[in-house]
Design a protein around this ligand. Structure first.
Ligand SMILES: Nc1ncnc2c1ncn2[C@@H]1O[C@H](COP(=O)(O)OP(=O)(O)OP(=O)(O)O)[C@@H](O)[C@H]1O
Ligand SMILES: [Mg+2]
Length: 293
């Protein structure tokens, strides 16, 4: 009897427990379906945002393409009238329209200088546009970095000497063979040299080229004004001009140089201190493995 009573008690306890668990289960099911519904809604929202983002990205890319095309066309079209202006100033200076007195010569020389500056700025903008283009490809071939350095340093050493600066070029005897785009790498070195001459008032400029492991490299050091250590990362950003703005320039030379060197899978960097001069370095791999070739 006692046994039957205990069994009945246990049975009714279990029944109650089952009912309780069923209620919990029902609640869980309800919660889960509410969460599934919520997730579905969130997913729909994400899908909508993603599609919207895709559309906006496409629009932005299209605008960027149009902007580049516009800048390219305008810069390109400006070249022709500028060369005509230069030609005409040259003719007047040369006496083609009659004798030119010294006062007139001075004004015409000023106009010629500014026209040259404008032409250089346009070339910089065109180069910058070109180097940023996705389909821009390097024309790599087997080249000698020493030969390139010798060629590019000729006009730079003349410009340095004109300013009363010393100029030295230190190269090894053996050729420094590597695969790179000669025209583009010449452009990088010419940019670094033009900066070194521009930002150095006294002392000198020294250029070194050497090879190390899988890379060849060039350094250009100067005893010029230098920049603050914290400004070094800004040097390679487009349109950045640090310190005094009296020197002419667009602030694109180093940005273009960085794009060219990185396209070669090389590196470019600077060490500098305010009033302590600067050293700019760049490397390119000997085997010329570059992006987009
Ligand atoms: N050798 C250097 N010494 C001191 N400052 C430098 C040197 N090279 C570059 N800079 C600083 O970095 C800035 C950016 O240089 P970058 O060559 O990009 O432009 P830029 O010379 O002003 O104009 P651009 O090269 O387009 O004619 C310069 O304006 C200058 O402030
Ligand atoms: Mg420059």
């Amino acid at each position: 009897m006692i046994k039957t009573g205990r069994v009945l008690k246990r049975k009714s306890f279990l029944k109650r427990r089952v009912k309780e668990l069923e209620a919990v289960l029902r609640k869980c099911r309800k919660d889960i379906s509410a969460q599934v519904w919520g997730l579905r809604k969130t997913n729909e929202g994400i899908r909508f945002l993603y599609k919207d983002l895709e559309k906006k990205t496409e629009k932005l890319l299209e605008l960027d393409r149009l902007k580049s095309q516009f800048v390219f066309n305008v810069s390109h079209d400006l070249r022709t009238p500028i060369s005509i202006i230069k030609g005409n100033i040259f003719m007047v200076l040369d006496g083609a329209a009659g004798a030119v007195n010294s006062g007139q010569k001075e004004f015409l020389n000023g106009a010629m200088k500014s026209t040259d500056h404008l032409a250089r700025m346009i070339d910089d903008i065109l180069d910058f546009q070109k180097s940023g283009a996705k389909d821009w490809k390097l024309k790599t071939g087997e080249n000698d970095l020493n030969e390139l350095a010798r060629e590019v340093c000729v006009p730079a050493s003349v410009a340095a000497k004109k300013k009363g600066l010393k100029f030295s070029l230190k190269l090894g005897r053996a050729p420094l063979k590597a695969r790179f785009d000669k025209e583009q790498i010449s452009h990088v070195l010419a940019n670094l040299l033009s900066n070194a001459v521009k930002f150095t008032a006294k002392g000198g400029i020294s250029v070194r080229a050497a090879g190390e492991g899988k890379h060849v490299h060039i350094s250009v050091s100067d005893t010029g004004c230098g920049v603050k250590k914290e400004d070094i990362p800004r040097l390679f950003q487009p349109f950045e001009r640090i310190g005094e703005r009296k020197k002419e320039g667009t602030g694109l030379g180093l940005a273009i140089s960085r794009t060219i060197v990185e396209k070669h899978r090389g590196s470019i960097w600077a060490e500098s201190g305010l009033g302590k001069g600067s050293v700019f370095y760049f490397t390119v791999p000997r085997n010329g493995l570059s992006y987009g070739i």
